[in-house]
Design a protein around this ligand. Sequence first.
Ligand code: SF4
Length: 683
Amino acid sequence: AHRPSTAATRTTCGYCGVGCALDVVTSDGEVTAVLPARDGPVNRGHACVKGRFAHGYLTSPERLTRPLLRRDGRLEPVGWDEALGYVARGLREAVDTGGPDAVAAISSARATNEENYLVQKFLRVVIGTNNVDNCSRLCHSPSAAGLTASFGLSGGTDSLDDVERSDCLLVVGANPVEAHPVVGARLLRRVLRGAKLVVADPRAVGLALHADVHLRPRPGTNVALFHGLAHVLLTEGLVDEEFLRERATGLPELAELLLDYPPDRVADITGVPAADLVAAARLYGRAERPAIVYGLGVTEHLHGTDGVRSLANLAILRGAVGTDCGHGVNPLRGQNNVQGASDMGALPDLLPGYGKVTDPAARGRAEAVWGVPIPERPGLRIPDMFAAARAGELRALWVIGEDVCATDPDSNQVAAALDACPLVVCNELFLSETARHAGVVLPVASWLEKDGTFVNFDRRFQRVRPAVPAPGEARSDFDVVRALAGVMGVDLGCATPADALAECGHVAPVFAGLSHDRLDREAAVPWPCPDPGRPGEAKLYGERFATPDGRAHLTAAPYLPPGEQPDYDYPLLLVTGRRWAHYNSGSMTRRGGNLALDPVDFLDLHPDDATRYGVRNGAQLTVESRHGRARLVARVSEQTVPGEVFCSFHFPSSGVNRLTSDHADTVTSCPEYKVTAVRVTSR
Ligand code: SF4
């Protein structure tokens, strides 16, 4: 009788940024179960419906198994040599025609650290451009900019373990119960054990049911809300005067600005009752160990960076960051490795470890390791890449593991950019919306099929290990990048992912203490970690912040309205986000049992609006904005308030991102996904 060969492989979940450790059980080379690791550093025996069950995509008949090359308008299977040769010639032609800056790449938060390191090295060393960005541009780039301006570094200030010791949680613009379920469960457990909870979110998200105060600001009014809270902290003396005197700057300017944000005026702007605002500020201000956790409801706005900084103001005023009693300001990262993709320098202005490309010393460190000069001029951000393609200036775009046509805003314009670009190369698992516009599609391995590391939302490096082989001729992104460099006559070094992380430590001293061997022994190590003999820093700041003067910087940015407002033609405000069973464009979670849990993109609307617009529960809706049209199924729900609607973007066929605008954060170009004026009709 056949005895199946079974095995279990410890790896890190490739969905959200929590970073759950999983034991992947295989039988005869197929995944049969995914079990949450009881000794997982973050998850401690827990996992959610995505990590546990969304692995059916591995054996989907739709997986790409051979490279595809467009001939006579059709994508046809070819061998790797032909595909890579074609790409190499196309890149050379683009450089010959338009110079190195005519080439760009979008790297991926889905990819490992080592793959991201190699992608940015390819652009900088082989092509000679800084035109590399990653999808943090579309989610947490305002966190990077805002936290760096306030405290000096881009990461969350504390660990989840620290946050869990808090006696008052302020959870803002996040729905961790659905989007980061293991964190949601840990926060809820803390609340059930006595911590106070303030939730600030327009929707009645899961944690709001347990909140002492639920603030429901109108979408796009966060900055006014945070200033209102700060106003109460200051006027009621709920601030740490010694901390402000010794460790912060900017108080006089902020105090003057806050005179314009008394609770009554903030109530007019945000719709949050003044009494609720005061109650929330008192809970946060009177707690001994208050902690802030926030999500994309803070960042994905026209003034997202101002939002992050104004939120950070609260922790600075309260002296609740960089101290033993404070548990800081902590972004919940959406994608599994969005922190790592940025850490590794897949950014147009920053090298691995966040050295600026404009800083000769940072460039010099990279040049010493890579042996070539690094261009000084920052490269293009993702939205600028699309604009350059539409203008005929970008001649080659490599999109790695991101379905930009489904997930980037104003997607009709994204498709137009891809169609205008002479060479579009796509690394993909499936024939995504983006791949349909590509000239070359390269089949690649998924997170369950490759080797490397991810960094989770609280800066912990953890190992990623292959549980099963990639199907057919699919290769890891790591192997594809190395092979393409080789075809172009450049040896990128880094024969293995372990070599790449080791090399990264030479470019970026903040990672010098990390290695695959160490992570195999210790499971999880947070950065900063400059020394192999010492633990990494779970708390980012001690007595000094990482700003040039060592102090935390308050900001006095005034509230400015969002890019869109409702009017007679478009009377509703649309907020987009994630649901519990699916992940982003759904390319993996839709191809398996999770499809039954959430079978379509729903539009949630309040019963009053359903009556006003004649919409029945379950009706097929046409949703229109000033930018495009989508088809969604109505879900009448009191989770939203009248005048506001919510939908996910897990089904590209519904076209949700044809609705969203090209308004973007004025500092980082992060799209304003959270505020779009729409109308609905039942047809
Ligand atoms: Fe954990 Fe997030 Fe994966 Fe769920 S999706 S198992 S919470 S890492």
